[in-house]
Write a protein that binds this ligand. Sequence first.
Ligand SMILES: [Zn+2]
Ligand SMILES: [Zn+2]
Ligand SMILES: [Zn+2]
Length: 329
Amino acid sequence: VVTERRYDPLTGEWRIFAPAGLDRTSVRPSDQCPLCPTRPGGPVTEVPAPAYQIAVLDDRFPSMTAHPPAPALAGTQLYGVAPALGAAELVLYTDRHDQTFADLDVARIARLVDVWADRYAVLGSRDEIEYVFVFENKGTVLGVTLEHPHGQVFGFPDLPPAVHDELTAAQRHLEQHGTCVVCDVVAHERSDGVRVVAANEHFVAYVPFAARFPYEVHVTSTRHATSLLDLSDPERLSLAALLKQVTQGFDALFDRSLPYVMSMHQAPVRGEHWLAVSHLHLEFTPPNRTADTLKHLAGPELGARAFVNDTQPEQTAAQLRDAVHKAVG
Ligand SMILES: [Zn+2]
Ligand SMILES: [Zn+2]
Ligand SMILES: [Zn+2]
């Protein structure tokens, strides 16, 4: 399998070609988990220590790397080809195999926020990286084969398409209204309250007005913080506390561990001009539309990029708010 980036002239987007990563090979029994610590007398895992708090590992099958192989074929004027330059890391949340994000205590999540901020700084200092993307795929329904609680960090050599589109829309809003669109949205949601799922001093969790997924939740700083590095210690703690509540609420919603994709959006690591339109937020997109059915991406979504949502964000927000109350008490 090749590892390279190819430019699609039909859409103007770069795509990554890479072998299946550690997370995308076959499902393994829990006693062969490569992310568990190396127990005395047990098999050597990816983490050569008998216990750990949080661990950061290079993906052994990276989508992007600091020293990528030469592409398998040469690019042309029509078809751009580039080495898969960048970074791919795993962040292990705990050495406890059977936990999920929602089980972590707030102090551990606050440490995780520090680790994410640290990866943003470290990967962002590399010349070849323009965007640091923190994310988590949770649940076998999303193709996750390693149940061990973990997320990932990609270092992109350019702005990935969704980020580019979001920043372009924010730039347009800034030119038209003179304000950060995320600041405007957060202020509106906080005063309106109908789509707010949970909130605390420095962060708010809400279902977007035009959510793509029934239980989509964005966790956003109330202040115009551009990245995790821009957060004070009290703000980091506030974020950790709200992430705990939101993930507990997700699990209480259908009384089962809810799968989701978590995507963190923050400022590109280069380009001062992005700071005015980069406002830190985490997007949770659970695929469920009910306890037992999933929202599938089909014709409208894949063919027209037009999401059809058969739920009402004001109602799903109320459901999630109740679930958070039930979970947190
Ligand atoms: Zn494990
Ligand atoms: Zn803002
Ligand atoms: Zn976003």
